[in-house]
Design a protein around this ligand. Structure first.
Ligand SMILES: *Cc1c(COP(=O)(O)O)cnc(C)c1O
Length: 397
């Protein structure tokens, strides 16, 4: 056998099983309408909740930062890469989240790789291990951060507080310390973690708590996220966030008490061994915080749009699952149907992603609609009309 036959075999398998990923090419900024593979389409695929990815104020901030600071920091944060901009952003993010301190890293993915292995793992000398209690549907970056830590991972059923308590009671005693981790908003169903009750259980057992609010920032709690929505500022030990969704830019954040964040600054490998975020990104993030801090109106428009679209879909007879947020799944069942539906929507000028196994369980394939504040009522009516045409044609409604 030739050395790389395994690649050909696996690629063929991916194609046969319908799991092969085809990349579409964007030829315009992320916005309500986009040019995708040469076609102008109504966009329901990006995480640009508040429309900041193409906002004039963020673009100006990035341009000015390039003039003042250049394009790259040319160092990791712990050597020569910590620019005044980074510290300014960290102070602003801490205030935004209502906590003492925050660490800005390169992405939300990095934030989990930074925070989880810093807090839990396995003691090299004694061999003592820690334990992570993780929601079954947590994001891949949490799963990878947990694996990297060397801690034991115990999964509890999705958003099931009683099951979380059961696994804590059964396992905690055999380990050095425990950490409960949950997504804030789950990105495939658009449902929200019962954070207050999870916190209550974790607190009772002395387990540390971490929430990854990538899809909650700019959306829940008047834009300040899930912790704000539940009034748990200063209670949840670590909050993970991303600057690449509602904030519209790029970057990640780990937020919490001064004690914890100071410690993570000493320990986090993506922070210590990968270069700092660029000046234009960092400056654009600062401009995004300004808008989010004053941003009640944009957040309201996002929720109004999501409610309008959800009502419209339901009135047409579609099943919109358990969504409690602007992420709306349109449940279709089998993956081939969802794929064909998405393809037909695209031909009708609507860009909405099909999601199937293994991202979601078999039989629960869907089209996922990401609502934003940038769509107008007319846009949403165009979208609903396309869903109606394709839905009737394919016998879904
Ligand atoms: C999107 C997402 C991330 C990754 O954030 P990036 O900034 O894109 O790396 C991490 N966690 C959750 C829960 C997410 O939804």
């Amino acid at each position: 056998m030739a050395k790389f036959d395994f690649i050909d075999q696996e690629m063929a398998q991916l194609r046969e099983s319908g799991l092969f990923i085809n990349l579409r090419t964007m030829d315009s900024p992320a916005d309500g309408w986009m040019v995708v593979d040469g076609q102008r389409v109504l966009n329901f695929c990006t995480n640009n909740y508040l429309g900041l990815a193409n906002d004039a104020r963020l673009k100006r901030a990035a341009q000015e930062a390039i003039n003042r600071w250049g394009v790259g920091p040319a160092a990791v944060r712990s050597i020569a890469g910590t620019q005044a901009l980074h510290l300014q952003l960290e102070r602003r993010l801490a205030a935004f989240k209502g906590v003492e301190d925050a660490l800005f890293v390169q992405s939300g993915f990095c934030a989990n790789q930074a925070a989880i292995p810093a807090l839990v793992g396995r003691d090299r000398e004694t061999g003592q291990q820690d334990v992570i209690f993780s929601d079954r549907l947590n994001h891949a970056s949490i799963i990878d951060g947990a694996r990297l830590s060397g801690a034991k991972v115990v999964v509890y059923e999705h958003c099931d507080v009683a099951d979380a308590e059961r696994v804590i009671a059964e396992n905690l005693g055999q380990f050095r310390r425990g950490l409960l981790i949950t997504d804030g908003v789950f990105s495939m169903d658009g449902d929200v973690a019962p954070l207050d009750r999870l916190y209550e259980v974790a607190q009772r057992y002395g387990v540390m708590t971490m929430v990854d609010d990538a899809h909650g920032e700019g959306v829940l709690g008047e834009g300040r996220g899930i912790v704000h929505q539940f009034g748990l500022q200063g209670c949840i030990d670590v909050e993970i966030g991303t600057l690449s969704k509602a904030f519209g830019v790029m970057g990640g954040v780990v937020a919490g008490s001064r004690q914890i964040i100071d410690y993570i600054r000493q320990k986090a490998r993506p922070f210590l061994f990968s270069s700092a975020t660029t000046p234009p990104d960092t400056a654009a993030c600062l401009a995004a915080v300004d808008i989010l801090e004053s941003g009640g109106e944009l957040v309201q428009r996002l929720w109004d749009n999501a409610a309008y679209f959800r009502d419209g879909l339901q009135r047409l007879g579609f099943d919109t699952g358990h969504s409690q947020t602007p992420i709306i799944p349109v449940m279709l069942g089998e993956a081939p149907l969802a794929k064909a539906f998405s393809r037909r929507l695209f031909e009708e000028g609507v860009f909405a992603m099909a999601i199937g196994f293994p991202t979601v369980p078999r039989g629960l394939a869907r089209i996922r609609v990401m609502n934003t504040a940038v769509h107008t009522r007319e846009d949403l009516d165009v979208g609903l009309a396309a869903f109606e045409r394709v839905g009737r044609e394919m016998g879904v409604i």
